[in-house]
Write a protein that binds this ligand. Structure first.
Ligand SMILES: Nc1ncnc2c1ncn2[C@@H]1O[C@H](COP(=O)(O)OP(=O)(O)OP(=O)(O)O)[C@@H](O)[C@H]1O
Ligand SMILES: [Mg+2]
Length: 352
């Protein structure tokens, strides 16, 4: 045996399909989300019978297939019929009414958007959509700055299904009553996967992504375990992708446990790097949330004060809001109940 048999020759690759580990990659079949996809399809089906569809609010934690399942349904819809326009957009990228309307025009194939204001754009959209029917999906809709686009879409377009996707269903309560009463959405909750479901999903991705046999079992299990623990498929994809890059950079012929361990360390490193842009005290608040996730904001404030944190509750709330805005953490608002409105502060791991 040669001493360097285990060294990857230049040009050799462990990866068969790099895209298969991308967050945006959409497999042909999405296991464990059949029920949710069927439900969405049922809400859209009336559009084929010249009726309006039902609107849906999809909610659930990060990294559990809300985007993927929705896109899979829309892909099927586009492949099976020309009767229905399909518009999917991410409100993180298109975060104002104007940007959203321009993007919708673009997806509908209307290019003359320059110099048009929102009212004119809306007219164009209604005239195109009312010739057929339409499904709109607004992903990460809680990231939008204003909701003005929703009202005319609901009012001026006759046959439609509006799908809204968010992490927290309580977001619905923030909507203007006029919009809410027209929307009347069905609620579709995506529950978190079990650890074994996360493992299965990652296994499928590995079979697309890597040359057979290059991923050591222990390496896979370590990545799957971490992703299962945090119940987020994306964390597993991050680990597998970074482990494979690490293995390639070391010219290793296999992806080994040690490569996943390096990727695990990088998960934290990456997080720290971005954090440096935050003010010192906001970094302290972030560290606090990461140490005690899932607490009510009031409880967190007490811990903060005990640890020597200065400043008022209002200032603290502003820091939490800033962290949320920058996606370092996520915030769940739950209304009502005996305890009144509460804000629960969660760790976010999809930014790794
Ligand atoms: N059932 C599944 N089968 C195959 N891949 C899946 C499945 N569920 C999730 N994934 C993959 O996991 C990753 C994260 O899923 P997705 O982007 O749909 O999460 P999400 O619920 O929309 O999260 P967020 O709230 O952060 O937007 C994607 O790459 C997606 O393809
Ligand atoms: Mg998503």
């Amino acid at each position: 045996m040669g001493l360097f048999d285990d060294v990857l020759q230049s040009g050799q690759s462990l990866v068969r399909s790099e895209e298969a580990l991308d967050y945006e990659f959409l497999p042909k079949v999405l296991p464990f989300r059949e029920k949710e996809q069927r439900y969405l399809a049922e809400c859209i089906r009336p559009l084929f019978q010249a009726r309006s569809g039902r609107n849906v609010l999809i909610h659930g934690m990060p990294g559990i297939g809300k985007t993927a399942a929705t896109r899979a349904v829309l892909r099927d819809l586009e492949e099976s019929s020309d009767e229905v326009h399909v518009v999917y957009l991410n409100c993180w990228r298109h975060n104002s009414t104007f940007k959203i309307l321009v993007e919708i025009c673009d997806q509908l194939g209307y290019k003359f958007t320059q110099n048009k204001n929102t009212t004119e754009l809306m007219k164009v959209i209604a005239s195109i959509c009312n010739k057929k029917s339409v499904v709109f999906a607004f992903d990460e809709v809680d990231k939008v700055e204003d909701f003005d686009f929703l009202y005319p879409l609901l009012e001026d377009i006759y046959k439609k299904t509006v799908i809204l996707i968010t992490n927290y269903k309580s977001w619905l309560m923030e909507l203007d009553e006029r919009i809410r009463s027209r929307l009347q959405p069905e609620l579709l909750e995506f529950k978190q996967y079990s650890a074994s479901e996360v493992r299965e999903i990652l296994k499928q991705r590995v079979s697309f992504a890597f040359v057979p046999g290059v991923l050591e079992d222990a390496a896979f299990e370590a990545a799957a375990k971490k992703a299962g623990d945090v119940k987020d498929v994306r964390a597993g994809l991050f680990l597998l992708k970074n482990a494979s890059l690490e293995a390639e950079s070391k010219a290793s012929k296999k992806i080994l446990l040690v490569h996943v361990q390096t990727a695990l360390a990088r998960m934290d490193e990456f997080f720290t790097k971005n954090k440096e842009d935050l003010e010192d005290d906001t970094q302290n608040v972030l560290a606090l949330v990461n140490k005690s996730p899932g607490k009510k904001i009031g409880e967190l404030f007490l811990i903060y004060q005990k640890a020597g944190g200065q400043g008022s509750y209002k200032t603290f709330q502003r820091k939490i809001a800033r962290l949320e805005q920058n996606r370092f953490i996520s915030v769940e608002k739950s209304g009502g109940g005996a305890a009144g409105n509460t804000t629960i502060v969660h760790k976010r791991i999809d930014e790794y």
